[in-house]
Design a protein around this ligand. Structure first.
Ligand code: ZN
Length: 197
C-alpha cells in the first residue's frame, strides 16, 4: 500500500492506538468488516455513496497486513483497506470503515478532487476526522489526552497533520498551511450528515 502511494491517489489513516492492540488475522478482520455493514453510520454512508452514483459493494473493502503504523486507507482505484494487524476490536474496524467511507464520498462528489493537492487532502481529512467521531472525547481519554476544552478540534488537527504530512506531495509546512487555509470551510461542511455526530 505504501509503495503505491506515489502512483495512486490515496489517503492513509494514522493508527489510533486506542488499545494496546495485538491485532487480528486477515480472515477475522474480513469477518469484522462484514459485521461493520450493520453499523447505522456505515449503512448511511453507503446509501449516500450509492445516491451520489458511487455504490461500494463488499469487494470495495479489504483486510491487509500493514507495515506502517496506520489503521487503514482509501485508494481511488482499489477501495478501502483495513490493517488487520492493527485491529483488535469491532469498534476499531467500524471506525476505520466510517473514516475511509467519508474519503470515498468526497472522492465521489468532487470530480476534480486531487489527492496530490495538500489542501484537497487536508479538507477530506478534516471532514473524515470530524464526522467519523475519531476524536470523540472517550477515544481521546483512552489515548491519554485529557484536556477537554477544545479537545475535539485539537485532536482533529493533530490527526489531519499526520495524515497530510504522510502524503509524499506535502511537506510539514505545506500540510500546516493547507489545513489552516481550508479549516473553516471543511470543518463546517458536514455532508452527507445534517451535522457532526
Ligand atoms: Zn483519512
Amino acid at each position: 500500500m505504501e509503495d503505491s502511494a506515489e502512483k495512486k491517489p490515496s489517503s492513509s489513516s494514522v493508527a489510533s492506538s486506542l488499545y494496546s492492540s495485538t491485532g487480528t488475522t486477515k480472515e477475522e478482520c474480513e469477518r469484522m468488516i462484514q459485521k461493520s455493514f450493520r453499523s447505522p453510520t456505515v449503512k448511511f454512508l453507503r446509501e449516500h455513496l450509492e445516491k451520489a452514483g458511487c455504490s461500494v459493494n463488499r469487494n470495495f473493502f479489504k483486510a491487509i497486513e500493514c507495515d506502517k503504523q496506520i489503521s487503514g486507507g482509501y485508494l481511488r482505484e482499489e477501495g478501502i483497506l483495513v490493517c488487520s494487524n492493527h485491529m483488535t476490536f469491532q469498534d476499531e474496524v467500524d471506525q476505520v470503515i466510517i473514516h475511509e467511507l467519508i474519503h470515498a464520498y468526497d472522492d465521489c462528489r468532487a470530480a476534480n478532487l486531487d489527492w496530490t493537492n495538500c489542501a484537497h487532502h487536508a479538507c477530506s481529512e478534516i471532514r473524515a476526522g470530524h464526522l467519523s467521531g475519531d476524536c470523540h472525547y472517550k477515544r481521546e481519554l483512552l489515548r491519554g489526552f485529557v484536556s477537554l476544552r477544545g479537545h475535539e478540534q485539537e485532536c482533529v488537527k493533530r490527526r489531519v497533520l499526520k495524515s497530510v504530512y504522510a502524503n509524499p506531495h506535502c511537506s510539514e509546512e505545506a500540510a500546516k498551511q493547507a489545513m489552516d487555509a481550508v479549516w473553516d470551510i471543511c470543518y463546517n461542511d458536514t455532508k452527507p450528515f445534517a451535522r457532526a455526530m
